[in-house]
Ligand binder design. Structure first.
Ligand code: UGA
Length: 429
């Protein structure tokens, strides 16, 4: 099938590459000319495991190409995906101006039946607005359908999440576009859930908010564990083995960050408010997330007494493992708060150092993980990169002025750290 994807961010680019991989012909469109040129020249603007190879192979096979023109996509493709950003507004609401602009542009190029699929994360009822907009701005009377098809990929695991999805959600007003989308997704062999458009839109915000809720729940539990001498990982295992609860997203840490959860949670609270419902539960999820960061900074301060002029080595800058994305990264927030208190920062991340440089102008970026500890009064683990478990701890201890580690991701074993001579603190253990 011929498909067009408008917007080549994480979702758009990975979706385009995966659809091409299973045999569809895909044109990925972006208004950012420099990005289109980069992609046309074989470059990839983000780090995502497996994406590079996928893009290269499918461009070479003639199934994937890049364009700066929406018209190009609309003329060629039966199915047009909208995957443009929906950034937050200052009041927590969602800025839908990119979606509206793309809907108008599609309307201006429609000459025959098309299926317009919204993949961007949008407030419930956006599909209705997109349909109205296309109708209003389309000069001739062309038939079209609007579908909501939310995306559930995680950064760092995006290709595998797309190739093997838990489910595909298709929200539509009539059966006609559903059949085509089912054909499109058939190669992925995933269960398909067909709903109305509003339900599909709600599913996306409900899923992200529920996952954020699980994280805040376990972080609150970590506070109880610290106060009572229990171990939050054992509690998570104990409740997670109940199939009704599940172990996933019950890792206590620095709280959730990234470009999705914090934004989507605030958006959902706002959307609920506009629908006349006070979603106090989600407000508390957000509060717990903020408190978790405060508690971690307090833990560092309690351990070091005075932070000013302490040399602190921070392991991790990305908002989570397997990505170079530092947007809303808890690790960056830790660094910025420590810097504000007068700490001298040495930082390391396997992938995110380039993107973090502008955010941490005074930090020393250390290329080699095992050199980070040099002259440090403490090490802080801020991102759950599995590579950090390979840190040469003996060497780190020898390089440090004091062998102190504060682990915000529970990567190390407390008994082992004690045996190695570290003063070791972690989350909820
Ligand atoms: C999230 C969702 O998991 C995806 O399903 C969704 O498609 C995506 O948002 C989106 O809306 O685009 P992502 O933001 O890439 O994906 O990252 P997650 O793996 O969900 O992690 C989010 C944050 O939660 C990270 O800061 C991570 O460190 C933290 N986290 C995650 C925990 O603190 N504990 C956990 O147990 C799991």
């Amino acid at each position: 099938m011929d498909i067009a994807i408008i917007g080549t961010g994480y979702v758009g680019l990975v979706t385009g590459a995966c659809f091409a991989e299973v045999g569809h012909r895909v044109v990925c469109v972006d208004s950012d000319e420099s990005k289109v040129r980069l992609l046309q020249g074989g470059g990839i603007p983000i780090y995502e495991p497996g994406l590079d190879e996928l893009v290269r192979a499918n461009v070479a096979a003639g199934r994937l190409r890049f364009s700066g023109s929406v018209r190009d996509g609309v003329e060629e493709a039966l199915v047009i995906f909208i995957a443009v950003p929906t950034p937050p507004l200052p009041d927590g609401g969602v800025d839908l101006s990119f979606i509206e602009a793309v809907a108008r542009e599609i309307a201006g190029c429609l000459t025959e039946y098309r299926i317009v699929v919204d993949k961007s994360t949008v407030p419930v009822k956006t599909g209705e607005k997109v349909a109205e907009t296309i109708k209003r701005y389309c000069k001739s009377r062309v038939d079209f359908d609007v579908v909501s098809n939310p995306e559930f990929l995680r950064e760092g695991f995006a290709v595998q999440d797309l190739m093997r999805p838990d489910r595909v959600v298709i929200g539509a007003r009539s059966p006609r576009p559903v059949q085509r989308l089912k054909e499109l997704y058939a190669p992925f062999q995933a269960p398909v859930i067909v709903t109305d458009i509003n339900s599909a839109e709600l599913i996306k915000h409900a899923a992200n908010s529920f996952l954020a809720l699980k994280i805040s729940y376990i972080n609150a539990m970590a506070a109880l564990c610290e106060a009572s001498g229990a171990n939050v990982q054992e509690v998570a295992n104990g409740i997670g083995m109940d199939k009704r609860i599940g172990r996933a997203f019950l890792d206590a840490g620095l709280g959730f960050g990234g470009s999705c959860f914090p934004k989507d949670l605030s958006a959902f609270i706002k959307i609920a408010e506009q629908l006349g419902y006070d979603f106090a539960l989600l407000k508390e999820v957000r509060n717990i997330n903020a408190q978790q960061m405060d508690r971690f900074i307090r833990k560092i301060a309690d351990t070091l007494w005075v932070i000013k002029d302490k040399r602190i080595g921070v392991l991790g800058l990305a908002f989570k493992q397997n990505t170079d994305d530092v947007r809303q990264s808890p690790a960056i927030e830790v660094c910025q708060r420590l810097a504000r208190e007068g700490a001298i920062l040495r930082v390391h991340d396997p992938r995110a150092m380039e993107k973090a440089k502008a955010l941490l102008p005074d930090a020393t970026f250390v290329e080699e993980m095992n050199d980070l500890a040099e002259g440090c009064d403490a090490l802080v683990v801020a991102t759950e990169w599995p590579e950090f478990k390979q840190l040469d701890l003996d060497r780190a201890r020898r390089l440090m002025t004091h062998p102190i580690m504060i682990d915000g991701r529970n990567l190390f074993d407390p008994n082992e750290m004690e045996r190695l001579g570290f003063i070791y603190k972690s989350i909820g253990r």
